[in-house]
Design a protein around this ligand. Sequence first.
Ligand code: A2P
Length: 339
Amino acid sequence: MADPRVTIVGATGAVGTVALEVLAQRGFPMSRLRLTASRRSVGRELAFAGENIPVEDTTPEVFDESDIAFISATDEISRDMAIAARERGCVTIDDSGVWRMDPEVPLVVPEINADDVDGHKGILSIPNCSTTPLAMVLDALRSEAGIERVVASTYQSVTGTGSAALVELEEQTRSVLEGGEAAAEQYPHQIAFNLLPHIGSLRENGYYSEEAKMLNETRKILHEPDLPVSTTCVRVPVRVSHSEAVHVAFDRPVGVARARELLAAYPGIVVVDDPANAAYPMPIDGADRDEVFVGRIREDTALENGLALWLVCDNLRKGAATNAVQIAEEIVKRGAWLR
Ligand code: A2P
């Protein structure tokens, strides 16, 4: 089989540009690479492996000559283009929330449920950038004891919103330091020198949609449809990397030492846990890395058989682009593309 022809839709965006880097770094086998974005970007070129590749308009015809497409643009583009790609024989790996909970769409973190790739019908999804590291940590620990409940609070960087939000954080920070106004467009309030307990749209039960995603997606990836999960998702003025305070109750004791062993042995997780020497994961250290970093592992003082821990994960890499490329690698390994 020839190497697949690959298209990145949203190639100029926060995740798309990282996807380009990840494809190059992992030496992903490709016979052709096409890059698309909005019409605004047509005429731009992006560098890949020493070549300049032109950015094209995002049209269905692009998929006539593509085998695998990564989509990270807008919800509307994900909705329309994943279908257009499938009709043209191209498999989509989608970064939006549009497809994730569709029963026909595998939602995959390869370390956890790579075999779900086999059932795909042309569209696969990567989880929300906060769900992926949480699900990996839970998967590592559930090999020792059943999980009874999960409570997590997130501290999510602005690049989870996109590149315009990073510009807004930087501009607001500069403006506030100079005594000026903090103009807010990407968020309902100032994000510089602040934080917002609000990610996504409000649901009837008082949770925002990001929190609902963490519940539903974690259950789907782990194949635990009744797992109780409650989260509070918070946007913080950090450039890259999401952090999470996680509290897990098990059906029997796990113990800190055993938890540390299980997490350290899990592919893609690194334990950084020496609090006496102020060593714990931080977003600035997790940025530009593919691993999920875990520390502050301790007995939970409020939950029976509970553990508390802290994790950090680059939301653009393992939280998005790296996970998507790993799924593509699974598709290639399994010969599971459509043509
Ligand atoms: P463009 O750079 O041309 O606006 P981010 O998540 O960083 O905001 O990036 C969003 C990505 O989605 C960018 O690559 C952006 O392209 C792309 N995009 C936004 N709107 C459209 C659209 N209507 N059609 C195709 N791509 C789009």
